[in-house]
Design a protein around this ligand. Sequence first.
Ligand SMILES: Nc1ncnc2c1ncn2[C@@H]1O[C@H](COP(=O)(O)OP(=O)(O)OP(=O)(O)O)[C@@H](O)[C@H]1O
Ligand SMILES: [Mg+2]
Length: 331
Amino acid sequence: MFKSARIKLTLWYLLMIMAISVIFSLIIYRVQVSESERILQRQRVRIESGGFLRPGFGPAPLEPEILEEARNRLKLNLILINLGVLIVSGGAAYFLAGRTLKPIEEAVEDQKRFVADASHELRTPLTTMKTELEVNLRGKGFGQEAKKILESNLEEVDKLSYLSDKLLRLSRYEQKEGLVFSPVSLNEVVEEVIKKLSGLTKSKKIEIVKNLEEVNIQGDFAALAEGFGTILDNAVKYSPKESKVNVDLQSKDGKTVVKIQDFGVGIKNSELPHIFDRFYRADASRTKEKVEGFGLGLSIAKAAIEKHHGKIEVESTPGKGSTFTVTLPTA
Ligand SMILES: Nc1ncnc2c1ncn2[C@@H]1O[C@H](COP(=O)(O)OP(=O)(O)OP(=O)(O)O)[C@@H](O)[C@H]1O
Ligand SMILES: [Mg+2]
């Protein structure tokens, strides 16, 4: 993200410097040309009026060819100067853009580290609370009413653990430090994800139709599984019962393309640009059947896929379904 911002800023700096340099060059050129034309005109008038011009007694007559040559030389010099300015200021602009963005980059990294640390710190007390609640629920010391309250507390604690876990992983994928890459079989990743979701697919009687080519890439198994898991989880979550989800994995021209197509609620065009934002949930997921979630899944998937130099695209028609396409470079 900061690399492209640095390049954009460099181009803006460069554009400004070059605009000034070119404007000045044009002014210099115009002034020189009109000055020499004025001298030539004056000499012509003097010669025509019988004025005497000898070496040592005034400026030598300016031939139009000499004048043309001088103009061309000036043009060439100005072009060379501008090229020099372009190269030198290009380097300087890149350096300055880096210096300008450094504090912002550091602040963003700090913020991500804070989220990671905070979510990490939340895990221990939440685990303790969960254990204590479970022990008390199993014990005989509480009445029916109290147990209901404890159960509801346990549900909330589970939600909080899930949230802190998601936040922790999101900040991990978004941080600068990379994941550890090794050869990974992408079809195995997808198979694993489908297996993990079998409980949900069975309960909704959703059929997953797979068409998986064998593909190996360099990557992090867990992060890839998380990315594809989220997209597939959504496909199942936002599909009606007894529907179908197509999963297609193909590799060609150095690229691996994974398509996950569902025939569910779909996403409105106006909501599409936001679904990868943190905590964003489209209207369809809040109303109707009310699907649980925090709106974090796709931002985690995007971060995990981008860590692998890949991208996620989505096409969707409300009421008809959505297709998520993940493109990854094949090692
Ligand atoms: N396959 C899909 N079909 C329809 N809507 C979808 C689909 N995938 C994502 N969405 C919409 O995009 C929103 C964001 O998805 P995201 O996975 O980030 O969050 P979530 O599923 O609501 O919660 P969670 O954090 O549990 O994943 C969802 O709330 C949903 O409205
Ligand atoms: Mg989700």
